[in-house]
Design a protein around this ligand. Structure first.
Ligand SMILES: Cc1ncc(COP(=O)(O)O)c(C=O)c1O
Length: 487
């Protein structure tokens, strides 16, 4: 991917890079990225370096004088690329496999050029209004209720934090004004999640000053879904003890197994106790744009908020998370604070992003989502997600048919949880860990793991736009090679 740049492009004495250099280098860099994608199959998925290797090769002091761009790009090839774990690699199957896409990269590039801080409508009308329109398109594609309004944050962790903050504002305990500490009048506020919920919910609870005591984990059934009966009992018990249950977080697509909590059964429990229901669909929300998977959001029409991450499975570069919320007024009440220097004549007539979160300046993220949605269209996006689910079912069928392997959880979407179980070995945790490390060390694929029913479990997640059947066949071969070596 070496870049052949003819002239030296040093920074002028003042001002930005000369226009002609920007144009030439920009073309070269797009070529560089095109080459990167063309050759990515040959790169090791997991960075083949040891901790500290990159730092040891970098100067400890900043450059006093500017350096030629050619030299910087040479170092990109020489130093940075070898230290990358390639999330864009089609054989990246770890965590939740995600990927950027060409239109998303263009959107990201342009938003860096515009460099808008979309805190007020007037500081970026385009960003403010495009965000509203694009999120309404996505809402329609997901079949969500028109009463849900969207707002973009960076990550699902932050979206969920804002949802719980709005829920907390809704308990009418003057927490915004009086805080939570030193208040004997305030009961213990509690949030309910399943044992399989993402750690971001607990982090949000900690950050919001509710404390880990302010969260109760509800057991799951044999398919890793929240048990609604146990939820109802926990809430009733907590109420009897004087606590204030105020929020339930259900998950549609849990991180370990992509299990789907029974939202339609959880809804009436929340309604009975006037609690806020937030749905964490960070991963699986995108699948709802595929008509045959729309049912995963059944019940969400009565939720108060729902988070989904286009940066996970909608081919949009990191970061872009969307919170849909039915009570934007409460979100605004929790966060809006407008000092004199931010007042504008139109403020009563328009939406200003900074009213709905802790950030003031906001990136122009809607642009990349707009480009992705227009370039692929609803059907194009749905076709890609559908294909990922087909590939996951195919891989699951190989596991099912082999006596050396077993499935560890149902496969509702494009994540397969499995492990080796040859008769020759009884230390299956150690065996599966060794298989995973063997595959990952080969550089030809990347897997991650979880623990289910106290058993080490391998995870294969398919979500990259470049992943095809051949990549899935290759990782299956790799896994079996490792098993033969270790059995
Ligand atoms: C179900 C779920 N919720 C939340 C998150 C956190 O996502 P983010 O990195 O956008 O904060 C993840 C990440 O994988 C997830 O799987």
């Amino acid at each position: 991917m070496a870049v052949n740049i003819p002239k030296t492009s040093l920074a002028p004495e003042l001002g930005d890079m000369k226009a002609e250099d920007f144009r030439r280098l920009g073309h070269e860099l797009i070529d560089w990225i095109a080459d990167y994608f063309e050759k990515i199959d040959d790169l090791p998925v997991l960075a083949a370096i040891e901790p500290g290797d990159l730092k040891a090769k970098l100067p400890t002091a900043p450059p006093a004088l500017g350096e030629a761009m050619e030299k910087i790009i040479t170092d990109l090839d020489r130093l940075i690329v070898p230290a990358l774990t390639h999330w864009s690699h089609p054989s990246f199957f770890a965590y939740f496999a995600t990927s950027t896409s060409a239109p998303g990269i263009f959107g990201e590039l342009l938003s860096a050029a515009f460099d808008n801080k979309a805190m007020l409508w007037r500081t970026s009308p385009a960003s403010t209004e495009l965000e509203e329109v694009v999120l309404d398109w996505l809402r329609q594609m997901m079949g969500l209720d028109p009463g849900m309004h969207g707002i973009i944050y960076d990550t699902a962790s932050v979206s969920t934090l804002h949802a719980i903050a709005a829920a907390r504002e809704g308990v009418e305990q003057r927490i915004r004004e009086d805080g939570m500490s030193g208040r004997p009048d305030l009961p213990l506020l509690r949030v309910y999640v399943s044992e399989q919920s993402h750690s971001s919910v607990e982090k949000a609870v900690i950050t919001l000053g509710l404390g880990q005591r302010g969260m109760r984990k509800i057991p799951t059934d044999s398919e890793f879904r929240m048990d609604p009966k146990a939820l109802a009992e926990a809430i009733n018990e907590d109420k009897r003890n004087g606590y204030l249950p105020f929020c339930i977080v259900a998950t549609v697509g849990t991180t370990s197994t992509s299990s789907i909590d029974p939202v339609h059964e959880i809804v009436p429990i929340g309604e009975e106790h006037a609690m806020w229901l937030h749905v964490d669909a960070a991963y699986a929300g995108s699948a709802a744009i595929v008509p045959e998977f729309r049912h995963i959001l059944d019940g969400c029409e009565r939720a108060d908020s729902i988070v989904t991450n286009p940066h996970k499975w909608l081919f949009t570069p990191f970061d872009l998370s969307v919170l849909y919320c039915r009570h934007m007024d409460l979100l605004k009440r929790a966060f809006s604070l407008v000092p004199e220097y931010l007042r504008t004549p139109e403020q009563e007539k328009v939406r200003s992003g900074s009213d709905y979160g802790i950030q003031l300046g906001r990136r122009f993220r809607a642009l990349k989502l707009w480009m992705v949605m227009r370039y692929f269209g609803h059907e194009g996006l749905a076709a890609r997600i559908r294909e990922h689910c087909r590939l996951a079912q195919l891989f699951a069928s190989w596991i099912d048919e082999s006596s050396d392997w077993e499935l560890m959880a149902p496969v509702p979407l494009a994540l397969v949880c499995f492990r080796a179980k040859p008769k020759s070995r009884d230390d299956l945790d150690a065996l599966n860990e060794a298989i995973m490390h063997g595959v990952n060390a080969s550089g030809r694929a990347l897997l991650s793991h979880t623990r289910l029913n106290d058993k080490l479990t391998l995870r294969l997640s398919i979500g990259n736009i470049r992943t095809g059947e051949q990549h899935v066949r290759n990782v299956w071969e790799l896994l079996n090679e490792q098993l033969q070596l270790l059995r």
